[in-house]
Design a protein around this ligand. Structure first.
Ligand code: DX5
Ligand code: ZN
Length: 216
């Protein structure tokens, strides 16, 4: 079964705790927090203060923090302090990716690295063995509700093949345009953590949406 990680970017921020508790009660696994700085991506969202409130609302569930910010090394400790379990940085946003990975590991969090759609997998060649998770962006990051980029399916499959070749159990997470009706395509390509924002929070029936994603 897939791990389902609702992105709260599409939740109702006036009732954030209630929305988080609802999706968890309906079977969602992780809570995905999209942090944007207005520089790495053209949007501003959530900081450590709101992340701490998410942590509180999420109870025992994994809080999965996706940092779409430049120089993430300046802020990872703050997000860890706020309660992040998984800290994912973008390879494009840090000059010293290896050092950022070590820094997150040193904070006791699980380490993820994300790649924009145009970024080749080869940037991970020399750090892949150190990661708990690779987040393949299936849209250009910055906004919820965008259409997935088809060219990402062979990329996911190539990462799956490389992890298998190395004998690694690193998780493959996908983010952007993941919906109940296309989720099976991501799983078939080799992903097992499915981020979905509008596909869950804007669904007519959130229970059915989460169930379909889990069974994808
Ligand atoms: C986009 C974010 C995503 C976003 C996904 O930059 O990283 O997590 O919320 O939204 P949907 O599922 O609506 O494409
Ligand atoms: Zn995200």
């Amino acid at each position: 079964m897939a791990i389902v990680a609702p992105s709260i970017l599409s939740a109702d921020f006036g009732h954030l705790a209630a929305d988080i508790q609802q999706v968890l009660s309906l079977g969602a696994d992780w809570i995905h927090v999209d942090v944007m700085d207005g520089r790495f991506v053209p949007n501003l969202t959530i900081g450590p203060v709101v992340t701490a409130a998410v942590r509180e609302a999420a109870g025992e569930a994994t809080v999965d923090v996706h940092l779409m910010i430049v120089e993430p090394e300046r802020y990872v400790a703050d997000f860890r302090e706020a309660g992040a379990d998984v800290l994912t940085v973008h390879a494009e946003a840090t000059t010293h990716l290896h050092r950022s990975v070590q820094q997150i590991r040193g904070l006791g969090a699980r380490v993820g690295v994300s790649l924009n759609p145009h970024t080749p997998l080869s940037v991970l060649d020399y750090v892949l063995d150190e990661l708990d998770l690779v987040l393949i962006m299936t849209v250009d990051p910055g906004f919820g509700g965008q259409a997935l980029i088809e060219a990402m399916f062979p990329k996911i499959a190539a990462l799956r093949a490389e992890l298998d070749r190395r004998g690694l159990s690193t998780q493959i997470e996908v983010d952007g345009g993941v919906k109940p009706d296309n989720a099976h395509r991501f799983v078939e390509a080799g992903a097992h953590v499915l981020v979905s924002g509008s596909g869950i929070f804007k669904a007519e029936d959130r229970a059915t949406a989460i169930r379909s994603l889990k069974d994808a």
